[in-house]
Design a protein around this ligand. Structure first.
Ligand code: MN
Length: 282
């Protein structure tokens, strides 16, 4: 089985989003605009609430799915489907905007901490105008595999060692794993050859790909894999924690404008017009 080599290392860059939230972005930047089917990847969190407390007040989305995974703190949310609640440490929110959703996402600290991730997954043209959907998954409902060597894998989406993840009916057939790998250990994961795959190293350090040919990577870094059949991650003296995300590329044209991601410029103009006319939420 061919081990996927590392195609690119992307150092996250600080951006300001929402009403003034400072976050680390590694997809949807000048260096990496799009990683088909993934449109954006943000890592938020800070010891200073002023970096995020203004949050993301009511805003629209069309044509995408957003996946929020919390490590610490809480996010209060409400949306135009009538969902309202709080997601906390270990919880996942998988939102399919379809033709249109309006929502609010307001982070706040718990014991001084707030940290999490948001991934945008593209929808294929045939589903961009589908009805919006929302799934909240609490931490207790996310399957976890503990291996004898101490490796822990939380399966947010996809499948790992015959255990299905919490979210599985997503079009891009994604896997989304949160892997805690002890020192001096190896993690291997088979990925369909057709899928794009990346890892996001957010604690410690590790080797990605063939350890004989690549230097150690230190957190925080997005690692984009080349084609192949499996992902291999190895640690030396230091442990590592990283996300593994993969999905089926769409190979469709992209027109994006802030929270709208469609296939053509005319569809973006329609979204703006619907918003202005008050016909965005049906
Ligand atoms: Mn949003």
């Amino acid at each position: 089985m061919a081990t996927r080599a590392v195609r690119m290392l992307i150092e996250p860059q600080m951006v300001i989003e929402g009403a003034g939230v400072r976050l680390k972005r590694s997809i949807a930047t000048q260096r990496l605009d799009y990683l088909d089917p993934f449109l954006l990847f943000d890592h938020f969190g800070s010891d200073n609430p002023r970096d995020y407390i203004a949050g993301f007040p009511l805003h629209p989305h069309r044509g995408i799915e957003t996946v929020t995974y919390m490590l610490a703190g809480e996010v209060d949310h409400r949306d135009s489907l009538g969902n309202e609640g709080t997601i906390g440490a270990g919880d996942v929110q998988w939102m399919t905007s379809g033709h249109g959703i309006m929502h609010e996402e307001m982070p706040r600290p718990v014991n001084g901490q707030m940290e999490g991730f948001q991934l945008w997954v593209n929808l294929p043209a045939r589903l961009k105008m589908s009805p919006p959907q929302y799934r909240g998954v609490s931490a207790a409902d996310i399957p976890q595999v503990r291996k004898e060597d101490g490796t822990e894998v939380k399966i947010i989406a996809g499948n790992f060692e015959d255990v299905d993840g919490a979210v599985n009916e997503i079009v891009a057939d994604p896997a989304y794993l949160d892997v805690s790998l002890p020192a001096n250990s190896e993690f291997a994961y088979n990925v369909p050859v057709s899928h794009l795959a990346f890892a996001y190293l957010f604690r410690g350090s590790a080797h990605f790909g063939d350890p004989a040919t690549l230097d150690v990577v230190h957190s925080t870094m997005l690692v984009v894999f080349d084609q192949g059949e499996k992902i291999v991650v190895t640690t030396a003296a230091e442990a590592a924690r990283f996300l593994v995300v993969c999905g089926q590329p769409l190979h469709e044209p992209i027109a994006r404008y802030g929270p709208f991601v469609m296939n053509t410029r005319a569809e973006i103009e329609q979204a703006i017009q619907d918003l202005n006319n008050g016909t965005f939420v049906r």
